[in-house]
Design a protein around this ligand. Sequence first.
Ligand code: HEM
Length: 211
Amino acid sequence: MGADTAWTAASGLVLVLFLVLHLAGVALAPLDPATFEAYAAGLHGAVWLPVAELALLAVGLAHAGFSLRKRIANRRAGNRAQLVSRRGEPLAALAARGQAAGGVVLLGFLAVHLRQLRWPRPAAGGELEALQAVLARPASVVLYVAAALALALHLFHGGEAAHRSLGLLTPANGRSIRAGVRLLAVLVGGGFVAVTLALGLPLLPAPGGVS
Ligand code: HEM
């Protein structure tokens, strides 16, 4: 296993951990708005937050950089084949083929997402209002749902690939690791879709209605 492959896998697993925590945080917005606001204010006041954000940025850049370098090396070596047989599994084949494209889509989403909600960061007590203002726009709802679906597909293949790259996938545990990773992909992607729809749909202007 090359160093790039191992770093791509390890950084990907850290990003999944962030996404699970992020989903748990934003799920509070529709479920318990007051707790969400208190959680956001507490998080933004934490002294460790800038360090955690820089670390997350470094891990994100490492993930994109190492996978790109591995892809370029593979292409130079003339290796364009899909190494794992996906016969009879069209969704898995789609996820494997779309892995790089999915990463690019997610990077594009992140540029918009961070511009909307991180720069500038809403004032204390205004996090939910800012989120609702973003998701009141139909184009944002479409973008967030599309990003959540792209993320689910990316995790669907990436989770299994990461375990394989780290040498954790064996014939004995392959079936359960694959099932667990796919369940996680559906839960995380589905969770972000659910939060987007729960916050955005009630705010969308009625067709033909006056705004
Ligand atoms: C329902 C979907 C989502 C909602 C409602 C949401 C909401 C938010 C909010 C409110 C913030 C600002 C946090 C702050 O003020 O510190 C944020 C930051 C962020 N989001 Fe999301 N997010 C969603 C989906 C995603 C997805 C799918 C990704 C990754 C693919 C993502 C990655 C990030 C990152 C990296 C940050 C910056 C974290 C930081 O610097 O503190 N988000 N998101």
